[in-house]
Write a protein that binds this ligand. Structure first.
Ligand SMILES: [Zn+2]
Length: 131
């Protein structure tokens, strides 16, 4: 799959300040403030930077954590895991495999069938409703 590579200035011009801060600088939006934590419409969540399809509403569940949560990625080739040792914790960061946007983290406390919780920033996502 072809990578999308742009300069920091290009990303900054294309994204809103919060989208840039979260997706390109690995920041975290405050819980319960994003567009999608309480969003229940059928469709596909795409990368805010490169529009790659990342998560489906079919895999979205209400985790109560204040960020959109999914028990699986739409296509495992579209996301990449990175060990994140920041803030004195060892967590698994999730990035877009196409443009390296920071998306969020994955935790092993999700529901069946995967037992995973992809805890994703709304600011790293756009939404395409099912027509
Ligand atoms: Zn991307």
């Amino acid at each position: 799959m072809k990578k999308v590579i742009k300069s920091e200035a290009e990303w900054r011009a294309e994204l809103s300040p919060i989208e840039f801060q979260v997706s390109r600088q690995a920041d975290t939006e405050r819980a319960f403030t994003g567009k999608f934590w309480d969003h229940h419409v059928p469709g596909i969540y795409t990368c805010v930077c490169c529009q790659t399809p990342l998560f489906s509403s079919d895999a979205k569940f209400d985790s109560g954590c204040g960020w959109p949560s999914y028990f699986t990625a739409l296509n495992p080739d579209h996301v990449r895991e990175i060990v994140d040792k920041s803030h004195g914790m060892t967590r698994t960061e999730i990035v877009c495999n196409i443009c390296d946007a920071h998306l969020g983290h994955v935790f092993p406390d999700g529901p069946p069938p995967t037992g995973l919780r992809y805890c994703i920033n709304s600011a790293s996502l756009r939404f395409d409703p099912t027509p």
